[in-house]
Design a protein around this ligand. Structure first.
Ligand code: NDP
Ligand code: OXD
Length: 313
């Protein structure tokens, strides 16, 4: 059997890992000569149109990340299970990111960094503690729930929002359109970890920001988006930062990536930008996870974390 690695990234780290965890099997990459009828699995991120066509013996497509919006838009996506990444390495990286940025806002890091640059000893007599700050996590799935647990451990007052109602020990979880306004009204730091689907595209917009709590201890609502850039309306974020509807934003994902050099987000004093690295799919852990899935499947078990194409995630 062959595994086709279809990525636009450097392929060598992936090929090496797959060869290690799937010994004795052919690992091929796009651009090489290979027999398409031998391909049983594809591991891919952002496949170019046509690259997944004419694979008559394909049994599964593995997304090399947790998100699958890059596949849902592929014209004529082969009708085989699409399996996404949901494993600890990726999950822990995302939680590190969320805990770090929430703590930086809690401790007003940007203010003290500026004070240091100005050699100014800035008094700070009654700063809030984590318990004073309400974090709201949009997208209460694998990543959202792990971040919630770790933020709660730090003392933050955390709630979630999901598409369907769910009960998660220790958290209030709001759901659907009906629960959104109440969720936003109790949120000082809004974390976005929803997948990009037709229902969520553009959801991070002015109408939503205006519903965030305005009585919190941080001096205004804060947005942290590490879901997808297509969730956010960047001109609304900028306008809301400028008129005080938002106090600050941390953005890991953008409408266009890489973020164009002329984007005003780069220089906005209250925007923190990271290059879509909140949680990278590290080749070692990801290849091991995919090899495990292949071994399960070949032992007659079901793949884990199969994407529901009707929902789009
Ligand atoms: P999951 O599928 O486990 O969780 C998704 C959550 O979003 C679920 O709670 C789901 O609700 C909720 N959701 C989906 N659609 C809606 C909607 N219309 N309204 C309300 N809630 C909705 O995904 P993960 O937690 O594993 O990953 C989330 C996203 O994080 C990925 O899709 C990807 O875009 C992004 N990501 C970004 C990375 C980065 O480095 N920036 C790295 C990894 C992932 P329900 O529970 O009811 O199904
Ligand atoms: C992912 C990502 O979806 O890295 O895993 O964005």
């Amino acid at each position: 059997m062959s595994l086709l690695v279809a990525v636009t990234w450097e392929t060598q780290p992936w090929v090496e890992r797959f060869a290690r965890y799937l010994p004795g099997r052919a690992i091929v990459v796009l651009g090489e000569e290979f027999d398409r009828s031998k391909i049983r699995y594809v591991a891919t991120w952002g496949p170019k149109p046509g690259s997944l066509d004419r694979l008559p013996n394909l049994e599964a497509i593995f997304s090399l990340g947790a998100g699958v919006d890059h596949l849902m838009g592929y014209p004529g996506l082969p009708d085989v299970p699409v399996v996404r990444v949901a494993q600890d390495d990726l999950t822990h990286r995302m939680s590190e990111y969320m805990v770090m940025h929430c703590l930086m806002y809690l401790r007003d890091h940007a203010r003290f960094a500026a004070a240091q640059r100005a050699k100014r000893w800035e008094e700070d007599r009654s700063p809030p503690i984590a318990a004073d700050v309400r974090v709201g996590i949009m997208g209460f799935g694998v990543l959202g729930q792990d971040a919630a647990r770790k933020l709660k451990m730090m003392g933050f007052d955390v709630a979630g929002w999901s598409r369907t109602p769910k009960s998660v020990d220790g958290f209030t979880v709001y759901s659907g359109e009906g629960g959104l306004s109440e969720f936003l009204a109790r949120t000082d730091i809004l974390i976005s970890l929803v997948p990009l689907t037709p229902d969520t595209r553009g959801i991070l917009n002015r109408t939503l920001f205006e519903k965030l709590a305005r009585d919190g201890r941080l001096g205004g609502p804060i947005l942290i988006n590490a879901g997808r850039g297509g969730l956010q309306v960047e001109r609304d974020i900028l306008a809301c930062l400028d008129d005080g509807t938002l106090k600050a934003a941390t953005l890991d994902v953008f409408e266009a990536e890489p973020l164009p050099e002329d984007s005003p987000l780069w220089e906005h004093p209250r925007v923190t930008i990271t290059p879509h690295n909140a949680a990278v799919s590290e080749p070692e852990a990801t290849a091991r996870y995919i090899a495990d899935q292949i071994h399960r499947h070949e032992a007659g078990e079901l793949f884990q974390n199969i994407v529901d194409r009707a929902r789009g995630y």
